[in-house]
Design a protein around this ligand. Structure first.
Ligand code: DC
Length: 227
């Protein structure tokens, strides 16, 4: 079977990464979480006081983009590749609600997108890759053999994210999480550069009432039919 590119796009907290990770494992493909790359740039901006409560020095961030080196290293124990910023493992600190709050404004900057899209295209040049994000099927790999667009109601997504954050020991309310999910949806879908839209040839899956196993089964069948 030939190796293909699988692009999984969709709103935040639709469970894209869980599905993408497992799909890549089944197919023996590389999995790339592009949201982690935007989160890594956000983490750099926060650490360097370029973004925070009430301020965002976007021009300064653009000037300093060359200082940002993002890599992925496979963690055998976890079964997926963790993200590194300038050789520091930042897989955990990029998952906080604070980073989630600032990541959408950071992702509106064209210079940031250009840098990350270039790196993503290089990672997928030999195919055999599952990549999830917002613009994978539209901008990064418009010729991907299989494109999926994941959706679920905002409440379902906020519930999932809330549960996940509580399990990781974060102290926050469900309303804060719902507010973050809906604000990110709005910014991600209305930004000028590469907004979140379903590619014309993407297959839409609403997973509000689907188990992970059901989704994997459907995606494996689709991948096989395309390969
Ligand atoms: O998938 P995630 O929730 O970790 O993504 C974090 C943010 O990064 C998301 O709100 C928008 C941005 N993003 C993007 O603009 N393009 C991508 N390909 C992936 C993420």
């Amino acid at each position: 079977m030939s190796r293909i590119v699988i692009a999984i796009d969709g709103f935040s907290s639709t469970g894209k990464s869980t599905i993408a990770k497992q799909l890549a494992k089944h197919l023996n493909y590389i999995y790339v979480d592009t949201g982690a790359m935007y989160r890594a740039v956000t983490y750099f901006a926060m650490e360097n006081e370029l973004i925070g409560e009430g301020f965002f020095h976007s021009e300064k961030l653009i000037e300093r983009l060359d200082e940002i080196h993002i890599t992925f290293k496979f963690n055998e124990a976890l079964g997926f590749a963790e993200v590194y910023l300038n050789n520091k493992n930042i897989e955990k600190p990029i998952r906080t609600l604070e980073v989630s709050k600032y990541v959408s404004p950071i992702a509106t900057i064209s210079e940031v997108r250009q840098k990350l899209v270039e790196q993503q295209q290089l990672m997928g040049k030999d195919k055999g890759i599952v990549m999830d994000g917002r613009d994978i099927g539209t901008v990064v790999f418009p010729d991907a053999e299989l494109k999926i667009f994941m959706t679920a109601s905002a409440k379902t997504r906020a519930q999932r994210r809330y549960k996940e954050l509580l399990e990781r020991g974060h102290n926050l309310s469900y309303d804060e999480v719902l507010e973050n999910v809906t604000t990110r949806d709005r910014i991600d879908s209305t930004r000028e550069d590469s907004p979140l839209v379903k590619a014309d040839d993407a297959i839409e899956i609403d997973n509000s009432d689907l188990t992970i196993e059901e989704q994997i089964k459907t995606l494996l069948e689709l991948a096989e039919s395309k390969a």
